[in-house]
Ligand binder design. Structure first.
Ligand code: ATP
Length: 392
């Protein structure tokens, strides 16, 4: 809900504020570009202005909520509010609170949350909260029986006073937090179309890393729907990054899977992981990416015991980032729903089972290498060279 007449969105970022001024300026520029791209991609009119650690989006009242929704999808944004702008004069702020209350208060408890950035102003945030509360009360007492509740109010009137302007708002919509996308270098994101890998990719994006999605085509063991699922999740992720290239590298893995199914029982899934990581490493070197992201979590599957993760990781000297390493499945599923990749991930893929009947849970490198078919890693390097770039 926005105050009547609100035509601006106040954007708050968090981790960017912990940086030195030079880095902060750079990151704010990156964030501003991303905000503009999100607004344009969603056809929401809005001009981004960078001001006092708080970007502002100027739009019109009809679009102020859509603009808020768009900017709270930007990585680096902690929250955003549709705001009404006033001068820093206390009387004008109080009058704005009273007018807002007359139009938006509908009974129940309320509170005023006031902040003041400029300590030189002749009033403090406590004065503003107290006098603002009185102004609101007086504005609505004829019609309602207002009640102040500072702990759990039904409606909070926010006031933020900056150097030149003050802002009045009624809600703070949470964003993902993190750092602006593009503030870090890019990484390869291995996407299988399962529930976990898109969430893992999203988590890296949230820390500022653009992703290069990689899907390994499992040949007869994968299938059209398996690939469609992976592509769909990347398409959903790309909505958060409209100004970044999210084309997918499709690595042909059918030959390797067949070789593994024919020649290996124990440890098959681990050698398949080794194939994935070596292919990803080869590709990363070619396109200058700086790590490999997977959706693995300790103990989530038999292939993901700490021994197995340790052994499979040794096929590459690139870091394998596993942002979901310690997360519970329920929590990952909840996040997949929140970021909208859950439904894509649960399309029935109808693919054949690559896993053998008996899963290896306690891998050791030497025996695994002995059991692994010769030439598997060369096949991975070749597959990476043959990878095609496809639109998700
Ligand atoms: N066909 C594939 N292409 C690219 N990456 C894959 C593929 N299969 C698995 N991966 C990567 O390996 C990780 C572990 O694979 P695993 O088979 O355990 O997961 P999954 O159930 O297929 O998918 P997810 O982990 O996304 O739920 C995945 O999170 C993903 O990062």
């Amino acid at each position: 809900m926005h105050p009547p007449g609100a035509d601006t969105v106040l954007v708050r970022h968090g981790d960017v504020n912990t940086k030195s001024n030079r880095v902060k300026r750079y990151m704010e520029d990156v964030l501003a570009e991303n905000l503009e791209a999100l607004l344009a991609d969603r056809s929401v009119p809005g001009d981004v202005e960078r001001r006092w650690n708080r970007p502002l989006v100027h739009t019109d009242e009809a679009h102020v909520e859509a603009a808020t929704d768009a900017v709270t999808d930007a990585f680096g944004v902690v929250s955003a509010s549709p705001v009404l702008t006033t001068s820093t004069e206390k009387d004008e702020i109080l009058e704005t609170l009273a007018t807002t209350a007359r139009k938006r208060y509908d009974g129940g408890s309320f509170a005023v949350d006031a902040r003041r950035a400029d300590k030189r102003l002749p009033y403090g945030s406590d004065d503003l909260a107290r006098e603002g509360g009185t102004a609101i009360w007086e504005a609505v007492e004829d019609e309602f029986e207002p009640e102040v509740d500072l702990d759990d109010p039904d409606l909070t009137f926010g006031v933020e006073v900056r150097e030149d302007f003050a802002f009045v708002y009624l809600e703070s919509v949470p964003g993902p937090g993190g750092l602006p996308l593009g503030a870090q270098e890019r990484v390869i994101a291995m996407v299988s179309g399962g529930i976990d890998s898109p969430v893992a990719a999203y988590e890296m994006m949230k820390r500022g890393c653009p992703i290069v999605p990689v899907y390994v085509d499992l040949g007869d063991y994968g299938g059209v729907d398996h690939e469609a699922r992976a592509m769909e999740t990347v398409r959903t992720l790309s909505r958060y990054a409209p100004n970044f290239d999210t084309q997918v590298y499709r690595v042909p893995g059918g030959e390797a899977v067949e070789l593994l199914v024919e020649s290996m029982e124990q440890g098959r899934m681990l050698s398949l992981r080794r194939f994935f990581y070596r292919a990803a490493e080869t590709l990363a070197e070619r396109i200058d990416a700086h790590g490999i992201v997977t959706g693995e979590a300790v103990g989530q599957k038999s292939s993901q015991t700490v021994q197995n993760l340790g052994v499979t990781s040794r096929v590459t000297s690139l870091p394998i980032h596993r942002p979901l390493l310690t997360r519970d499945k329920q929590d990952i599923v909840a996040q997949a729903r929140e970021i909208d990749t859950f439904t894509d991930s649960t399309i029935d893929a109808g693919c054949n089972r690559v896993a053998p009947d008996r899963a290896e849970t306690n891998a050791r490198l030497e025996p695994l290498l002995e059991a692994e078919p010769d030439g598997l890693l060369e096949l991975a390097e070749e597959a990476a060279r043959d990878a095609e770039l496809v639109e998700p």
